[in-house]
Design a protein around this ligand. Structure first.
Ligand SMILES: [Zn+2]
Length: 234
């Protein structure tokens, strides 16, 4: 994995980490947080603390049990559900050939390596001259989960998301009005928050993200702003 953990500046908040550790966070955001935790020593420590607290919290509050080893549970869910989908897809049609034209997906956190192993037929889609997207199947319908590759120096048009956006930077970096995001940094945007990411000049930027189902935005902004990419969960 690229990046020095001590350089990570943006982390999930306490509630997000707790929900992840408790296994109550949806699978899309859980994958993003799992990738961040594998890249971030600080959050790994918090996560292990939450896990070790799990037993005692379980006794005191049966309504909200902390599920130990949420990470292993997540990996098992990837195995089980994506395999089921894959079998169905193979029955439906021939798998797509491996696309070697797109950006390389190497040097990734273990959870993403495993997810890619479950998605052998990957296809990069060119959204614009500088942005390519590779969707991955995760066996759920609430979040669109994808890798985004932004060419160095590229500026995305200003856009918002109709649902919550969770992302982690894997390689390179980008900036927006909230600051600079480098390898390992966690990104969270509420629905309707407008941003305009710009990849830094020196290196292409690779991110992994989960974007939630659209939330209706009313008023003139809802009429004027269109999502950059149509929502396609999976
Ligand atoms: Zn962190």
């Amino acid at each position: 994995m690229s990046g020095d953990s001590s350089m990570i500046r943006h982390h999930p908040d306490k509630n997000q980490l707790l929900e992840y550790a408790a296994g109550t966070l949806a699978r899309g955001p859980s994958l993003v947080i799992a990738a961040h935790v594998q890249m971030c020593a600080d959050c790994r420590t918090h996560y292990h603390t939450l896990n070790s607290l799990g037993g005692s919290l379980l006794n005191e509050s049966p309504a909200q049990p902390i599920q130990p080893n949420a990470f292993e549970h997540l990996m098992t869910r990837i195995d089980r559900i994506v395999e089921k989908n894959t079998v169905k897809e193979i029955k439906d049609r021939e798998p797509e050939p491996l696309n070697n034209q797109g950006p390389a997906l190497t040097n990734l956190p273990r959870v993403l390596q495993k997810l890619l192993a479950k998605n052998p037929a990957r296809k990069w889609r060119k959204v614009s001259r500088s942005l390519q997207v590779c969707r991955v199947r995760t066996g759920q319908r609430d979040y669109e989960v994808a890798f985004h590759h932004l060419r160095s120096g590229a500026k995305l048009p200003e856009h918002d998301h109709r649902g919550q956006e969770f992302a982690v930077v894997l390689h390179g970096s980008f900036s927006d009005h909230n600051g600079i995001y480098g390898p390992g940094d966690f990104v969270f945007r509420e629905p309707g928050q407008v941003h305009r990411p710009i990849a830094t000049q020196d290196k292409d930027c690779l991110c992994f993200s989960a974007v939630g189902a659209p939330v209706a935005i009313t008023g003139i902004r809802g009429l004027l702003l269109n999502p950059l990419i149509p929502f396609r969960p999976g």
